[in-house]
Design a protein around this ligand. Structure first.
Ligand code: SAH
Length: 253
């Protein structure tokens, strides 16, 4: 958190703040059965500068409330929405994902790409469920092991950074035991990490370091990112994001 202003500076100019892609957002929209429906009320939680928000607004007859706790990202999202002619379908809202500003049973869809880990996958799907209408859709992407076992170096890194990292079957169980029926799952392909996220990030390192006079803190931020990129490049067959689509069950669970 000490590095938050630096992280904002590094990630604000990006198209997206985590692995993902327009085609993958569209694929999840189709799996969720949302195309052709009208008047949808959608929340995009941890929206960043709005990569997924814009795809949702473009593809669907919907109003999207885009929530993030960083106002800088929301300002960028608003200008992108205006440029794309989508502003009237999108409202930004500065809030924590742990205290979402919605009424009970008020949303058709909760969307969240690469963000729920900030409160933890299980805590997130539990806390967000009451806001969904019965039969409403949850669509979240989440760090996922692709294989039953994996190299110790990779395991140690992600177990320390995000102890809830698990296989897809474990994540699907979390959804089932928290009152959801899983309806679709796929993993993000490599280009979502490399072309969609890491390569553009790497290209910003030099400018970022120069604009912070190569301060120790700025160098530490870049070193962390470089380490994560290096691990991904060496171990990409073992880890990705899974995109999980699930429907809220009737009743309390
Ligand atoms: N969904 C976007 C951003 C992913 S990065 C994309 O795919 O590009 C994670 C986002 O979660 C960031 O924008 C960060 O500001 C936001 N975030 C982190 N912790 C949060 C919290 N507690 N409440 C709300 N937003 C949070």
């Amino acid at each position: 958190m000490d590095h938050l202003p630096l992280l904002i500076d590094l990630h604000l100019p990006a198209h997206r703040q985590g692995p993902g892609g327009e085609d993958e957002t569209r694929r999840a929209i189709e799996l969720a059965g949302l195309t052709g429906r009208s008047g949808l009320r959608i929340a995009d939680v941890g929206c960043g500068t709005g990569a997924s928000t814009l795809v949702l607004a473009q593809m669907l007859d919907a109003h999207i409330t885009a929530v993030d706790f960083l106002p800088e990202f929301l300002t960028a999202l608003n200008s992108r929405a205006t440029q794309a002619g989508l502003a009237e379908r999108i409202t930004t809202h500065e809030a924590s994902m742990e205290a979402l500003p919605f009424g009970p049973d008020s949303l058709d869809v909760i969307w969240s790409e690469g963000a729920v880990y900030n409160m933890g996958f299980e805590a997130g799907v539990q806390a967000w469920r009451p806001f969904l209408k019965q039969g409403g859709v949850l669509a979240v992407s989440e760090l996922t092991w692709l294989t039953h076992t994996r190299p110790a170096e990779l395991n140690a890194h992600w177990e320390a950074a995000y102890p809830e990292v698990a296989t897809a079957s474990a994540k699907l169980s979390v959804l089932e035991r928290n009152g959801y029926t899983p309806v679709g799952y796929f993993t993000l392909p490599e280009h979502c990490w490399l072309d969609g996220y890491y390569r553009p990030l790497q290209q910003r390192f030099a400018t970022f370091l120069a604009s912070h006079q190569h301060s120790d803190a700025a160098q530490a931020v870049v070193e962390d990112e470089r380490h994560e990129i290096d691990l991904y490049e060496r171990y990409r067959q073992f880890v990705s994001y899974g995109f999980y689509i699930a429907r809220k069950n009737p009743g309390s669970a």
